[in-house]
Design a protein around this ligand. Sequence first.
Ligand code: UDP
Ligand code: MG
Length: 306
Amino acid sequence: MLSVIIPAYNEEKCVKIAYDKISAILKENAIEGEFIFVDDGSRDETFKMITELSEEKGNVTGLHFSRNFGKESAISAGLASATGDCAVVIDADLQHPPEKIAEMYRLWEKGAEIVEGLKSERGRESRMKGLGAKIFYSVISRMAGFDMANSSDFKLLDRKVIDVINKMPERGFFRAISYWVGYNKGTVYYDVAERVDGESKWSTKGLFKYALSNITSYSTAPMQIVTFLGFVMLAISVIFGVWALIDKIIGRALEGMTTVIIITIFIGSIIMISLGIIGYYIARIYEEIKGRPKYIVSSTVKSVRK
Ligand code: UDP
Ligand code: MG
């Protein structure tokens, strides 16, 4: 059986459309499936829609978060309650073409343990967002050590992989975790479709925070940059130090206040940036060490199997 995990945040209109579309595709391809809708603390009628679906149909589970915990948490919750032999994660807005699920499923049957959905084209988005995504993926790919350009959360995972991910206590980045775990991979290319309804739930600020937290959770390279900058500053200061001493010896001191000011400001800013980076990691450690749950499920609905 295939578990279809659908994170949904304020997607009241998309829930039913997604269900109908995906279940038609499963039927066509004779794939048995269950649906897990994770309502990420929506403020609209999303959960009501999910509840209705679960009463109407025989294969729908709905989880409702007590507040908005973010898509990563919604995916974790979905994976934790999936009961299938494999599971696919797909957006509620159908920007991930559901037809591809059948293709992914076939690859899984042939032995792929993770089937990645890769974007062949990024769909319509603003130039800034496209550029941001490009920078983010090139940075994280280099730091984390695997190429993740064009990756997305549209993936199919084998039971083994789901179990491994469920056991990971960290607040990871789903997209990268599935690379990190390894396993046999299959790939499916897809074009990003237009949203069925509503608009993207990401603000620029949200995306920036998301990028930052993912980079730091996969790499400590920024901290090493701090050390590197420290050495560069040390080298520069040795040169200036020798220079200043020579000036002093030949009695040419006092001049060069400008240099002093520039160096002071420069070192000051490097130290502040460095402290900021270190502080950011400490904050992450603090977050993890508190051991708070990744999400809180405030209510659950489940279809009676028909
Ligand atoms: N989503 C979520 N929690 C959030 C934001 C988004 O569960 O805090 C879900 C959303 O309902 C959708 C998917 O994640 O199913 C992708 O979100 P969206 O379409 O807004 O992002 P984009 O496609 O613009 O990257
Ligand atoms: Mg979308």
